[in-house]
Design a protein around this ligand. Structure first.
Ligand code: SF4
Length: 466
């Protein structure tokens, strides 16, 4: 097998929040720089191509999030059926957290953290070793059977992401704004996070560290996506304000070159308050909306999740964003073992009272806390009384609410949100139907409390989240 021939190395993306997958584009860039000619498949928008799989000596499956991981296991099984001999490597945030299970279910190796460097080193080592020999290779950051390794947390020499082998941007989530749909691109200016929220999968891997990508690499990636039709860019950093000077530098350079490009990013409430002085400039340079993980308004839940914000902080962050002219799109962990019905109602009433109905995707009303293996929440003293066994195949610990009515409400909300989405109901109507359920009433049919032709907050068309 010629490891450097086209398609000998294959990278597969399963799901990346509706974006053209950076989790494949970036390692493609690294591999091409190292002299390989990798192919790619994104099963979120295209078929798993059996010919491409049969040609590959190495298949990397990108698992940056929970949904991708669940799909990735099925993809690995299918790859094994087609090509029994190829090396299968799971890489990305969830690969390190679930390495034991992945190595028992089709994986030969797993890489977490700053994975591109170890990924290239692994492909090069396999090329040199050839097929005859077996056994683990000694490569930092590469977890193999009988050879554990820590997530790789060293600064990389970044390559520019390569996107030519990926489906075109029009196949992915678009920006919806002022009644129009526009092509959206997706970059990251940093990875990891400075913070240690207990429910988040990033701290067990990055341990409170974050890594910036060189601005010239980010800008080159933006240029490529603008050439491919993007008029809006999502900065997918876990928190764009972990390095505010770096982010501002990237945004200034982007705006200088593409003054009509709009953008969005994610930042925590605490950062919006402490680093909010940059928001007017972000707005002036095209920022349309910011996603912020509010999660809950209950002091108890927020303290267990270690979010370091309060309800008053959320209100203040909302005010700062509104003053700057940027829409704030809060996300929620609506159901946790500690969330009471009153807490849940408080979230809904807060959304209503603050005119945020169009800023929250209905799926958010049904989100149930995930406790993945390796998560710091898994061994939290507040979790233990509620935690059941690990559901290995679902990659989460089971848990039950002390009040079974809350688990029932979550299932009902989930069903209603799904049904309404399938029926194409206005999300505002779904909101008021969820409110009925939460109050123990039969959900009313669509009320059109908000006029259907109203101007809605800017959003991406993909509503899933994790
Ligand atoms: S939830 Fe956000 S702020 Fe907290 S650790 Fe994760 S990325 Fe960082």
């Amino acid at each position: 097998m010629q490891w450097r021939s086209p398609g000998s190395v294959l990278l597969v993306s399963c799901y990346e929040l509706g974006h053209q997958p950076l989790g494949v584009a970036l390692p493609l860039g690294f591999l091409e720089r190292a002299g390989f000619a990798p192919a790619a498949i994104d099963v979120a928008v295209e078929q798993l191509d059996a010919d491409k799989i049969a040609r590959a000596a190495f298949v990397g499956i990108c698992v940056p999030m929970h949904t991708a991981l669940r799909l990735g296991i099925r993809v690995a099984q299918r790859i094994r059926e087609i090509n029994a001999d190829c090396h299968i490597c799971f890489y990305g945030l969830y690969a390190a957290l679930n390495a034991d299970y992945l190595l028992d279910h089709g994986g030969d190796s797993c890489i977490g953290g700053e994975y591109e460097g170890p990924l290239v080193a692994l492909v090069e080592a396999l090329e040199v070793r050839g097929k005859a020999q077996n056994g683990p290779l000694d490569i930092a950051g590469v977890i193999q059977r009988g050879r554990p390794a820590k997530p790789f947390l060293e600064r990389l020499s970044f390559a520019v992401p390569s996107r030519h082998a990926l489906p075109t941007l029009d196949k992915y989530a678009q920006l919806e704004h002022r009644g129009e749909r526009r092509t959206a691109g997706h970059v990251e200016a940093s990875r990891g996070c400075l913070h240690l929220c207990t429910h988040c999968p990033i701290p067990p891997v990055y341990e409170g560290r974050f890594f910036i990508l060189p601005p010239e690499v980010v800008l080159e990636d933006i240029r490529a996506q603008v050439r491919a039709g993007a008029t809006h860019i999502t900065f997918g950093d876990p928190d764009f304000l972990n390095g505010p000077k770096h982010s501002l530098r990237v945004v200034r350079a982007m705006h200088e070159e593409f003054p009509h490009l709009t953008f969005d990013f994610t930042a925590k409430v605490e950062h919006l308050l402490k680093r909010g002085e940059a928001l007017p400039e972000f707005a002036e340079k095209g920022c349309l909306f910011i996603i912020t993980a509010v999660e809950s308004l209950s002091d108890r839940v927020l303290s267990i999740l270690d979010k370091n914000h309060t309800r008053a902080d959320v209100e203040a962050a909302l005010g700062i964003c509104r003053e700057a002219g940027i829409a704030l799109r809060p996300t929620w962990v609506a159901f946790t073992p500690w969330t009471t019905r009153d807490d849940y109602l408080e979230i809904l009433h807060f959304i209503d009272a603050n005119a945020l109905v169009d800023h929250v995707d209905p799926v958010q009303y049904a989100i149930r806390l995930l406790i993945p293996p390796g998560s710091w929440l898994a061994d939290h003293p507040e979790t233990r009384p509620h935690r059941g066994p690990l559901d290995e195949a679902a990659f989460t610990y089971r848990w039950e609410h002390p009040d079974p009515e809350m688990d029932r409400l979550q299932r009902e909300v989930s069903r209603l949100v799904e049904q309404d989405a399938r029926a194409g109901l206005d999300p505002a109507d779904t909101f008021y139907r969820v409110l009925d359920l939460a109050h123990g009433r039969e959900p009313a049919t669509a009320q059109h409390v908000l006029p259907p032709d109203r101007l809605r907050a800017p959003r991406l068309t993909e509503t899933w989240f994790c």
